[in-house]
Design a protein around this ligand. Structure first.
Ligand code: NCD
Length: 308
């Protein structure tokens, strides 16, 4: 969905060109390496409008907003008048009349931020919509890969698990392909239908076949809240075939890293062995999220200037 919008929003990574994506990653690196607060959005009113639970993403957005000096307003979940039947368009008009310039939103319905961006005369940042997209999570994941390996082109990345219900997987597949990584999707047919093999992406059912030849593993949470019982595989079966434990960790190349967007289900997609592995990058991912979101705010509000 790349039709022109005014002003710019970040609804998924295909709102960016590959050059803009690389520019954002470079800005985010700079914000991480030079950690001082910046006044890039001094006095700019920013609204957090989350309709779904969030720990990491919400906290990280607020920290990012604080570090760029924004004026932060947060509506508690359930507190907006959308629950009283106000339309998205009327809500957007109301918020724009109060001079809100940026809305960061998370919603259980895929597509909600697109509706909001059509109606709202400011910038919209998608913090996760249904099973559709989660562009800032993908940005911090790409940042983790780039800082680890220097570049993303040519990297062999396997995304493992509940890909069908994962907005994180969708945005990551988009970003990884934009930057030239080789993407392999791994999971059972119930959580990874053949139809998900878009061009440039291959599907493999056997995790053991993939582990020795990857640079990075992206694990995903089994999204029980989005899975109907008809497709819910027996968790014991899932764990037997796809859970990362000490034996499977040992099949990875020595340089490979293991990532997870969180929240993780201990014992389902990974065992506690992963937490003590030298390959585990979860803490770095979370830490980079603040700088990645600062870079997005700066990019949308202050322009798309590319670094020389
Ligand atoms: C994810 C999300 O909410 O999309 N978490 C996150 O934002 N880091 C993944 C999930 O819910 O499993």
């Amino acid at each position: 969905m790349t039709e022109a919008r005014r002003p710019a929003s970040l609804l998924d990574l295909d709102d960016l060109s590959p050059a803009e994506l690389l520019d954002l990653l470079a800005r985010a690196d700079d914000f991480t390496d030079n950690a001082q607060a910046r006044e890039l959005l001094r006095g700019v009113p920013v609204l957090n409008l989350f309709f779904e639970a969030s720990t990491r993403t919400y906290t990280s957005f607020v920290l990012a907003q604080q570090r760029v000096g924004a004026d932060i307003v947060t509506l508690p979940p359930g507190a907006s008048s959308l629950g009283k039947g106000e339309t998205i368009a009327d809500t957007a008009l109301t918020l724009a009349a109060m001079n809100i310039r940026v809305i960061v939103t998370r919603h259980p319905a895929s597509g909600f931020p697109y509706r909001l961006a059509e109606a709202f005369a400011g910038h919209v940042i998608n913090a996760g919509d249904g099973r559709h997209a989660h562009p800032t999570q993908a940005l911090l994941d790409l940042m983790t890969l780039r800082r680890e390996f220097g570049q993303i082109a040519g990297l062999r990345v396997a995304v493992v698990g509940d890909i069908l219900h994962s907005r994180v997987a969708r945005s990551n597949i988009l970003g990884l392909r934009m930057l030239g990584a080789q993407v392999t999707l791994v999971g059972p047919p119930t959580l990874l239908p053949e139809s998900m093999a878009v061009s440039g992406v291959r599907i493999v059912r056997s995790l053991e076949a993939v582990l020795p030849e990857v640079d990075a593993l992206m694990l995903l949470r089994i999204q029980r809240e989005r899975i109907t019982s008809a497709v819910l595989p027996a968790l014991a079966d899932y764990a037997r075939n796809y859970r990362i434990d000490a034996r499977r960790l040992a099949l990875l190349p020595a340089h490979a890293i293991v990532m997870h967007p969180g929240p993780y289900n201990r014992g389902v997609e990974l065992t506690d062995d992963v937490f003590s592995s030298k390959s585990w990058r979860y803490a770095q991912q979370v830490a980079y999220g603040v700088a990645a979101r600062m870079a997005v705010l700066d990019h949308l509000v202050n322009g798309k200037g590319q670094r020389a």
